[in-house]
Design a protein around this ligand. Structure first.
Ligand SMILES: Cc1cc2nc3c(=O)[nH]c(=O)nc-3n(C[C@H](O)[C@H](O)[C@H](O)COP(=O)(O)OP(=O)(O)OC[C@H]3O[C@@H](n4cnc5c(N)ncnc54)[C@H](O)[C@@H]3O)c2cc1C
Length: 418
């Protein structure tokens, strides 16, 4: 069996893995290796040919491949080695087992960064009733077929779920000549970014039906129609008000699942809400030599946040491998009023880096106050004109403000109409 030794091993060459690897290299790790199952780098961004990337990070509007290209160049320049067509199979205490072109490969490293991204939820996850004809795709699969393989997937389309991928595909399908009859969302509010609703639905007169769901799929060889119905406060369909929409294609944009099989195998504790690892402000999981970042940690709407968070993971993985990462007893960062989750979930007081807490609200609100407090001490607070579960929020606490904390940090969103 082939063997490889390095300071930091990164699993995944998407934007998270590329940024983490380059940062590890720039922060003293001599040998940094990325394990990537695909034949090329960039992860999901390779198929995201629309613009909208990089506004925060580069202050420019880039397409997905352009954005990924900047980090590919960065990783190359830093001297990161990428092993393509190589699948990480098993993360063990002392080693990472992989399978690649030369057969099995054993990788030993001082630290490991998990950057495996997400996969999409499918019809099977939702258990939508009906027949099983062709013409049902996850939105990301349809995106790959159209943008990379050049296959148009349908002509009359209904999209279930108002996540960003669904809205982006509503516009893409329209630009390719299809008729998108509706985007159907079970929640009473949008699941994705407002800017995507404006640019992808409103600009193309595509109806968004909130508090609605698909209750049946009909078709023998190919989808012929779907039945939709409004839902009540418990998300149960009101079947007497259902109606049929003739279509040949149903796209599903109903959520992403972090790819945490390797993490689970290694015994990395996962959050029951994010389905990603529980980490501290250094992006370090509860297994000290394992770090996590990007969509495998929590589903991000903006890749710019992924890049910054991943640089933090890579930098601190390098510091761990060199034996210089601060240690200490953590306090928990917990969701308070109208907050669904906080990531990182733990903070080591007295560390040497500012702490950026990412969180999602539980329900939309307007003119709210967003704050983090430890006991009665408010660490940071700001006003926000609008919050929505589809848009990730963050608060930054300086390293000095976290010195000596003993009580949990609670993030809360108060006030505002919901
Ligand atoms: C359709 C779509 C549209 C989007 N639009 C925007 C937008 O307009 N603006 C924006 O800012 N963001 C957008 N995003 C979000 C952004 O693309 C993601 O947040 C980002 O790609 C996440 O990066 P990642 O590296 O964590 O995951 P990924 O990009 O998914 O990369 C994960 C990598 O890990 C590899 N991998 C997984 N498991 C293994 C294994 N076991 N062994 C080896 N390799 C493995 C995969 O092959 C992949 O290359 C969009 C996302 C999608 C899906």
């Amino acid at each position: 069996m082939r063997e490889l030794e390095c300071d930091v091993a990164v699993i995944g060459a998407g934007p998270a893995g590329l940024a983490a690897a380059a940062a590890a290299k720039k922060n003293g790790a001599e040998k940094v290796v990325i394990i990537e199952r695909d034949s090329s780098p960039g992860g999901i961004l390779q198929q995201c040919i629309h613009p909208g990337f990089g506004l925060n990070y580069f202050h420019e509007e880039l397409t997905g491949p352009e954005y990924a290209g900047r980090f590919i160049a960065e990783a190359e320049k830093a001297g990161v080695k990428v092993l393509f067509n190589t699948m990480a199979l098993d993360l063990r205490e002392e080693e990472l087992m992989c399978s690649g072109p030369g057969g099995l490969l054993r990788v030993r490293s001082g630290a490991v960064v998990l950057a495996m991204g997400c996969r999409e939820r499918t019809r099977a996850n939702l258990v939508i009733p009906g027949s099983r004809p062709a013409g049902i795709y996850t939105a990301g699969t349809a995106q790959r077929l159209i943008n990379i393989q050049g296959h148009m997937v349908g002509k009359k389309v209904v999209i279930l779920g108002s996540g960003d991928i669904g809205m982006i595909m509503a516009r893409r399908m329209t630009l390719e000549g299809a008729e998108v009859k509706a985007v159907v969302e079970i929640m009473p509010y949008l699941a994705g970014l407002r800017r995507n609703k404006v640019q992808c639905l409103d600009d193309f007169n595509i109806p968004l039906l909130l508090s609605h769901t698909v209750t049946d799929i009909t078709g023998v060889d190919r989808v012929e129609k779907v039945t939709i119905a409004p839902v009540d406060g418990n998300k149960d369909p009101i079947c007497e008000e259902s109606r049929e929409i003739q279509c040949d294609t149903l796209l599903l944009s109903v959520g992403l699942i972090p790819e945490n099989e390797l993490s689970r195998g290694r015994g990395v504790p996962l959050s029951s809400v994010t389905k990603g690892a529980s980490v501290n402000q250094y992006m370090q999981t509860e297994i000290p030599n394992v770090f996590a970042c990007g969509n495998v940690l929590h589903v991000n709407d903006l890749v710019d946040n992924v890049s910054r968070e991943s640089e933090r993971a890579g930098r601190n993985a390098a510091r761990y491998a060199a034996g210089v990462l601060p240690v200490g007893r953590p306090v928990s960062a917990v969701p308070g009023e109208n907050v669904r989750y906080v990531c990182p979930q733990r903070v080591i007081p007295g560390g040497d880096e500012e702490i950026r807490l990412f969180f999602r609200v539980a329900a939309p609100g307007e003119e709210v106050t967003v704050s983090a407090r430890s006991g009665d001490r408010v660490l940071v607070s700001r006003k926000a004109p609008f919050v929505n579960p589809g848009e990730m929020e963050s608060l930054t606490i300086s390293a000095e403000d976290a010195v000596g904390l003993t009580a949990d940090i609670t993030v809360e969103v108060k006030g505002g109409a919901r």
